[in-house]
Design a protein. Structure first.
Length: 388
């Protein structure tokens, strides 16, 4: 039933004249049948049918030219009343025409239509033949007022819905643009930090090569150790470079502190604990992790604990790092209330976008969301690669 109704609404939106044509046909048929079956003061004849057809036909354009439809449909109705014919059904269509003007036209057009309706009712009330009594006049005035009021209400709701839809689209575009900007910024930060990591590696290689060149004649064994170390460092640096999708950054005058790694997690946990969220750190078999990967793991933990501080309220956090199936698993859980309490998981912000981007650089996966037992969980899987 819902699907059928949706299809009808779509058809009406695409071809409004189709439903309006059916409406015009129903008005004409109902008016003729009511005159034939009932006992009107004047029997229906060809003139009656012609006037009813003239009054029903304009409803085909009810939503395209509502004010013109109201005027065109009312003239034959007035003629029917003056000539003594019944107008019970076709006359009620004027209320629909009044509603259509208010629902599909401007406030100015609605005011014009309301004034026109007053003139028509006044003319019918003082008609020399079968004029409207006070009760009938009051009823018609109330019905026209209700039709105009309902139409304006629908008009306002439709305009409000369209305005909200436009605002939602603009907001969605702004969020998408903000997300793209956040990803671009995070990629730049990753490139800057990896620049420092690779720079450190190349600096060590240069020192060892220099030492090896100096002692190669006097101590070949030590020179060999230097060359082996250079080889290992080179392979590690090349592996890190291959994992980077964008490894360039603009030169500037800012200085960068050495990037933190897994050995800095203790200090990070202590800082967060001092800030009011006790942190339990569990690190198992996480030695010999590449420097750049260790930096990524540190940033994931840092961002996760920052979110706990911001959103979890009174809470405790647990940080777990361990090797499993050739990957470093990083998990941060808390028992707080999350960013929205019971309303659901926190919205994805720049921090989570940054974590996802960092993890994606290593071909890893990131999972975030509320825990069934309460609190929130961030879990990252970072492949270690061969030789680690």
């Amino acid at each position: 039933m819902g699907a059928r109704w949706a299809r009808l609404r779509a058809l009406d939106a695409e071809r409004p004249w189709l439903l309006d044509s059916v409406l015009a046909a129903l008005l004409f048929t109902g008016a003729v049948l009511s005159a034939v079956v009932g006992s009107p003061a004047r029997e229906p004849d060809a003139g009656y049918v012609a006037l009813v057809a003239l009054s029903a036909a304009p409803y085909v354009a009810r939503r395209r030219a509502p004010l013109a439809v109201l005027v065109a449909a009312s003239v034959p109705v007035v003629a029917l009343l003056v000539l003594g014919y019944t107008s019970a059904v076709i006359g009620s269509g004027l209320f629909l025409a009044a509603y259509s003007v208010a629902a599909w036209s401007s406030a100015r057009a609605t005011a014009v239509a309301a004034g026109y309706a007053v003139v028509v009712l006044g003319a019918v009330a003082i008609a020399p033949r079968d004029g409207l009594g006070f009760g009938e006049l009051a009823t018609n005035v109330a019905l026209f007022a209700g039709a105009f009021g309902l139409g304006r209400s629908i008009n306002d709701r439709r305009r409000t819905a369209a305005l909200l839809a436009d605002r939602a689209e603009l907001a969605e575009r702004a969020r998408a643009e903000e997300a793209r900007r956040a990803v671009a910024d995070e990629r730049l930060h990753i490139a800057q930090e990896l620049h420092d990591v690779i720079g450190h590696t190349l600096g060590v290689i240069a020192v060892q090569a220099q030492v090896g060149a100096r002692v190669i004649d006097a101590d070949p064994a030590e020179a060999k150790q230097c060359l082996v170390a250079v080889s290992e460092r080179s392979r590690g640096a090349l592996a890190e470079i291959r994992r980077i999708l964008a490894g360039l950054r603009a030169d500037d005058a800012r200085g960068y502190a050495p990037p933190p790694g897994l050995d800095a997690l203790g200090d990070l946990a202590a800082d967060v604990t001092a800030a009011g969220v006790p942190v339990e750190l569990r690190v198992t078999d996480a030695e010999s992790v590449p420097v750049a990967l260790g930096l990524t793991a540190y940033r994931v933990v840092q961002e996760s604990l920052t979110n706990v501080l911001k959103h979890a309220g009174p809470a405790r956090a647990t940080v777990t790092l361990r090797r499993e199936d050739g990957a470093l698993l990083v998990e941060v859980t808390d028992d707080g209330r999350g960013a929205r309490g019971d309303a659901g998981p926190p919205a994805v912000g720049h921090g989570q976008l940054g974590m996802a981007e960092r993890v994606a650089v290593w071909g890893g996966t990131l999972a975030t969301g509320p825990r069934a037992e309460g609190g929130y969980r961030v879990a990252a899987r970072l492949p270690l690669g061969s030789g680690t």
